[in-house]
Design a protein around this ligand. Structure first.
Ligand code: ADP
Ligand code: MG
Length: 240
């Protein structure tokens, strides 16, 4: 579903992605972990071309994301992205946040978009928040609206960049539960996270990055018990 081959990227003199190769089969869930500055955000953002690449290729569901001829707006409808900082439209209600793209980009009628939006919000525990504006919602509720908004486009792939890092601790679980539910539905996902227990529980593969490189790829059971590299052992000793 996602194929990343020989991707390199620099910001000026800083080589932030170095020969990245990663294959993610349909319905697999990959956790991207590693120290701050490792290049995790840059890498996940290349998957829907929020970041350009210098060379290499990223293919999602058969579409060469960084090719000039690719219709990025269309390709992005297939790739949901959830940010650390929610990024809801502040002047739209929860339901409007969820229905705006299906209506404008996919051309869904108001009723159809609203019915679907209400179903999604309800499934994420927000059945009583359709008309609430983001400023009236908690961080955890806002992040669940952001997840509903991404899902409203029926994506094949969901990308999460530290979806719980901006949340108060008591709200982390409700957002992780929403992602767990998606995992059970067979969604293909890449999750940048510092929630190691969560990564171990739901992910098929751990990808450990440091200094712009993939240092280890392993099954969670292996990575969290006997990582291959000193770099990973060092990282785990600080976060576990
Ligand atoms: P992570 O998400 O693992 O913390 P990032 O991908 O955000 O790492 O950043 C990797 C490196 O690239 C860091 O050194 C960061 O400072 C740098 N970087 C990220 N975005 C930019 C940018 N837009 N311009 C210049 N440097 C950047
Ligand atoms: Mg980051």
């Amino acid at each position: 579903m996602i194929s990343i081959q020989n991707v390199n990227k620099s910001f000026g003199d800083l080589h932030v992605l170095s020969d990245i190769n990663l294959e993610i089969p349909k319905s697999n869930i990959v956790a991207l972990i590693g120290p701050s500055g490792a290049g995790k955000s840059t890498l996940i953002r290349t998957i829907n071309a929020l970041e350009e690449i210098d060379n290499g290729s990223v293919v999602v569901d058969g579409v060469e994301i960084h090719a000039k001829k690719t219709d990025l707006n269309k390709a992005r409808t297939n790739i949901g992205f959830v940010f650390q900082s929610f990024n809801l439209y502040p002047f739209l209600t929860a339901l409007e946040n969820v229905t705006v793209a299906p209506r404008k980009v996919k051309g869904l009628g108001k009723e159809e978009a609203e019915q679907k939006g209400k179903e999604l919000l309800t499934s994420l525990g927000l059945g009583d928040k359709f008309d609430a504006y983001p400023s009236k919602l908690s961080g955890g509720q806002q992040q669940r609206v952001a997840i509903a908004r991404a899902l409203a486009m029926d994506p094949q792939v969901m990308l999460f960049d530290e979806p719980t890092s901006a949340l108060d601790p008591e709200m982390v679980k409700e957002v992780l539960d929403a992602i767990r539910k998606l995992a059970k539905s067979g969604m293909t996902m890449v999750v940048v996270t510092h929630e190691m227990g969560f990564a171990k529980e739901i992910c098929d593969e751990i990808v450990f990055m440091a200094d712009g490189k993939i240092v280890e790829k392993a099954l969670p059971s292996k990575f969290f018990s006997i990582p291959d590299t000193e770099r990973a052992r060092n990282f785990l000793s600080k976060v576990l």
